[in-house]
Design a protein around this ligand. Structure first.
Ligand code: ARG
Length: 461
């Protein structure tokens, strides 16, 4: 066991199990790239401010480059007695460059260092998440364009409501993912400030230039309060929250893919290469991927709850509890990115059973509202029209007929103001295409949505 950099005031070496329990290296090694980049910027700044010499900075930076290279080529040995990635990098640096490596930690603490590393990690993964979301949105728009004209039942309470275009349904998900994208974007704008130089919590006695390191690392600027800088994990919570909401959208979508691909619905087919079979029932094709995404939503929510709970009673500023932020964060990032990544091609490969969808849309009296609207246009107050159509539907159910299969005479029993022209209004196509209000389901309204969506994609791709 090597001596700890902080061993000066201790009379006993760390207990073996304590060391194991305390270590974060097993998971925070994932932050190595950000840790090293941050250290390089810090060394450059120290030299610019004459806190170390230019030569020392050069030696330190080239040593850090070596460490980076060793890690990336798999030659670096991570060891538990290094405690965390920050100490592991510094120890190896000192082995490579000698005692001058020890100057790197001047005017800095692991508290601002870890806050910096995690921020940089979140910013990078946020960009990946945004790119994956845009990719999925692109797929949705393509699908919506290619299937314009396909009619499906729209549900409320999972009961047939009104017929809608399948494209309209797909574009509803486009909107959800657009909000996810913008939420992540907003979060990055709020957190894009560098905590480096907050040091342990109170700032430092050295004449550092925090604006320089912030701009070197691509931040808008330095954070304004050193105590807050090392104790803030809002950005982790915000990211976990944005990821949870995104996962909730994927999960709702998954639920519908599962339902709609069930042969009793038969609206869509999932591609064989995205499904699995049963080991006992030869006929089965199981929608495992959407099921898994629906299931994984639980752990993504759990990670958000874990993080909120970790932070809830913490006194200012840094506390070791905060080391527990990383595993939930990494797990949610991995889970949501993988889910987004698999979703896009899965959606691309879905095929639609147009006839089944249309047939289902025609069942369940989905154009009853259109009949009521027809009566309203003829002068009947909506409430009375609603009542008359309700009676008509009850009669049709009894006769086992669809609405448009009733004769004019049959319909007139419930309202004498119905004319021959009623049949023009209660067909599926008429129902869909007359919903021409802004944001409605008519082909024209859906095309407007698609145009706006394409504009959004062009702006952000
Ligand atoms: N491994 C620690 C973490 O993840 C780094 C910061 C440790 N700071 C300290 N003062 N012990 O939070």
């Amino acid at each position: 066991m090597s001596e700890k950099p902080w061993a000066g005031r201790f009379s006993l070496p760390t207990d073996k199990f304590v060391e194991e329990f305390n270590a974060s290296i097993g998971f925070d090694k994932r932050l190595y790239k950000f840790d090293i980049k941050g250290s390089m910027a810090h060394a450059r700044m120290l030299a610019r401010q004459s806190i170390i010499t230019e030569d020392e900075a050069r030696i330190i930076i080239s040593g850090l480059e070596k460490v980076l290279e060793e890690i990336e080529s798999g030659r670096f040995t991570f060891s538990e007695d290094d405690e965390d990635i920050h100490m592991a990098v510094e120890k190896r640096l000192t082995e490579i460059v000698g005692p001058v490596g020890g100057k790197l930690h001047t005017a800095r603490s692991r508290n601002d260092q870890v806050a910096l590393d995690v921020r940089m990690y979140v910013i990078e993964e946020a960009e990946t998440a945004k790119a994956y979301i845009l990719n999925l949105q692109t797929v949705l728009v393509e699908k919506a364009i290619n299937n314009l004209g396909v009619i499906m039942p729209g549900f409320t309470h999972l009961q047939t409501g009104q017929p809608i275009l399948y494209s309209h349904y797909l574009m509803a998900y486009f909107q959800m993912f657009k909000r996810d994208f913008l939420r992540i974007n907003d979060m990055v704008m709020r957190m894009n400030y560098s905590p480096l130089g907050a040091a342990a919590m109170a700032g430092t006695t050295f004449p550092i230039d925090r604006t320089f390191t912030a701009s070197e690392l691509g931040f808008y600027g330095p954070t304004e309060n050193s105590v807050d800088s090392v104790s803030d994990r809002d950005f982790t919570i915000e990211f976990l929250s944005a990821l949870s909401i995104c996962m909730m959208h994927l999960s709702r979508f998954s639920e519908e893919l599962i339902l709609f691909s069930n042969p009793d619905f038969g609206f869509i087919n999932l591609s064989d290469d995205y499904c699995t079979g049963s080991s006992i029932m030869p006929q089965k094709k199981n929608p495992d991927i959407p099921e898994l995404i629906r299931g994984k939503t639980g752990r993504v929510y759990g990670n958000l709850m874990a993080m909120l709970t970790i932070m809830k009673g913490l006194p200012l500023a840094y506390n070791k509890d905060m080391q527990e932020d990383k595993e939930p964060l990494f797990d949610s990032v991995d889970t949501v990115l993988a889910s987004l990544k698999i979703f896009a091609p899965m959606i691309t490969k879905i095929t639609v059973n147009e006839d089944k969808m249309r047939e289902a849309a025609g069942r369940g009296y989905s154009t009853a509202t259109d009949l009521a609207d027809y009566l309203v246009r003829k002068g009947l107050p909506f409430r009375q029209a609603h009542h008359a159509v309700g009676k008509t539907v009850a009669y049709a159910i009894e006769m086992d007929k669809k609405l448009e299969e009733l004769s004019l005479e049959e319909m007139r029993r419930f309202s004498s103001i119905i004319d021959e022209d009623v049949f023009k209004y209660i067909s599926l196509d008429a129902s869909v295409n007359s919903r021409n209000s802004y944001g409605g389901t008519s082909a024209e309204s859906v095309m407007t949505q698609i145009k706006l969506a394409q504009g959004f994609l062009n702006e952000n791709l």
